[in-house]
Design a protein around this ligand. Structure first.
Ligand SMILES: *Cc1c(COP(=O)(O)O)cnc(C)c1O
Length: 429
């Protein structure tokens, strides 16, 4: 069945999922770097953006790095060394040890575990915030009581169940790495994300809530960890007249140019969050009456940064959709739709949406890694569970029925109304 989009005009300029929003101060700070010839990985922009982020997040130290992934790598390395001791230059600090990881996240959350020779065990997702399920985490500790490290992400800028996860980790003597790459500016019980892990990371990638064009930061209250991260990120140079090295090093430091962009963007973080929240609320209002819900959050405990607005289609309003490894087919039906149909429709009118991040346990690279669900240690085939009426594997169920909506700051209310209308037409009878 062809859905009817008569009367809707394509957008002249593409509406992006989430693209950089620049303001002008960024250029001033870049120019300052040029004018003073501080163009490398030292300079005022770096010092200032570290200071601004630490102050904003409310942590003692911030280390500016080339990417959020680099920050996560240093988090993993610090944790690995703390738990298992210093590794030889040719082995990872996790050397075969298991690490519990968020399952529905971007793969940069978990790749650093592999860099350090650790084995990720994926923990299924809960439905209240779309983050790591504490019930599944507790199950995982029953199965693997020896695990001492947990990596959690706050998906799409929505804080997860931090209290519950912290309590479980404390009980089992495990450390937490907090991947706040998507959630800069989001709070949980009034405290900024990026404070809850023993090691914390944020990102300034081009599509994040603010951007340096690239870049990331390691956040901590520990002077010692801050110094180590700083040292490792600049090739582990020792204090000597020549290049002296006692540990493996990395070239992970942020450049003073990138830092200038971050410095300018920090002035607009709150404004971006307000815009993203308005977009979320407008979708919520505009999609009322349709068999869909928005990505949920704990309204009592948390205030997301609303980085991406997402939508979940009710089970009984899903038309048939079958995803292979790299392609997808669906059968259009009256009164029903699916993420693929909606994404295609949005794209036809020159706007960008995206499927929900495909869970890690279903990624070919991690398919043989253990995966723990709230109901036990399972591996699910998504369609089968939806047909039975109950999904055992929450992550794949959300992947199957959910999608990320165009969430760009620069989208106008009128443009967003058109996107809402396109989605409405997808469910037409
Ligand atoms: C973007 C992102 C990262 C990685 O950040 P980069 O700066 O792109 O390296 C890590 N984790 C999550 C959840 C992300 O969305």
């Amino acid at each position: 069945m062809e859905k009817n989009f008569n009367g809707i005009e394509p957008f002249e300029k593409k509406i992006w999922l989430s693209s950089p929003t620049m303001h002008g101060e960024e250029l001033d700070y870049i120019k300052e770097a040029f004018d003073t010839n501080w163009l490398s990985t030292v300079g005022k922009n770096i010092n200032e953006c570290e200071r601004m982020v630490a102050e904003y997040v409310g942590c003692k130290y911030a280390v500016a790095l080339s990417a959020g992934t680099a920050a996560l790598h240093l988090c993993v390395k610090l944790a690995g060394e703390k738990i298992y001791g210093m590794a030889k230059p040719n082995e990872g600090t996790l050397r075969g040890h298991k690490v519990f990881c968020s399952d529905m996240t971007f793969d940069a959350t978990v790749n650093p575990v592999a860099y350090e020779d650790g084995e990720a065990v994926f923990i299924d997702t809960e439905r209240d915030t779309w983050n790591m399920d504490p019930v599944a985490l507790e199950k995982a500790f029953e199965i693997y009581p020896e695990v001492k490290l947990v990596v959690i992400a706050h998906l799409y800028g929505t804080p997860g169940k931090i209290d519950e996860i912290r309590a479980i980790c404390d009980k089992h003597g495990a450390l937490i790495i907090e991947d706040a790459a998507e959630s800069l500016g989001a709070t949980y019980k009034g405290v900024q994300t990026g404070n809850f892990g023993n090691y914390n990371a944020i990102s300034f990638n081009g599509n994040k809530i603010i951007t340096g064009s690239s870049g990331g930061m390691f956040l901590t209250d520990s002077r010692e960890d801050c110094d180590k991260a700083r040292k490792w990120s600049t090739q582990s140079r020792e204090d000597a007249p020549w290049y002296q090295h006692e540990e493996v090093g990395y070239n992970y430091r942020m450049s003073n140019i990138i830092a200038g962009i971050v410095r300018g963007q920090m002035l607009h973080l709150d404004e971006h969050i307000a815009q993203k929240k308005a977009i979320y609320e407008r979708y919520k209002e505009g999609l009322k009456g349709l068999p869909v819900t928005m990505n949920p959050y704990d309204e009592e405990k948390s205030e997301p940064n609303f980085w991406l607005s997402c939508m979940l289609i009710d089970k009984d309003a899903m038309c048939r959709q079958v995803r292979g490894e790299r392609d997808v087919l669906y059968i259009s039906e009256e009164g029903k739709s699916c993420p693929t149909e909606i994404l295609e429709a949005i794209s036809k009118f020159n706007a960008e949406g995206r499927p929900i991040w495909k869970p890690m346990h279903m990624q070919p690279i991690y398919r043989n890694s253990p995966f723990v669900t709230a109901k036990g240690n399972g591996r699910a085939v998504t369609n089968a569970y939806i047909d039975e009426g109950e999904a055992l594997d929450v992550g794949m169920d959300i992947f199957e029925r959910g999608l990320c909506l165009p969430s760009d700051n620069k989208m106008t209310p009128d443009q967003q109304d058109v996107i809402i209308e396109i989605i409405r037409r997808c469910f037409d009878k």
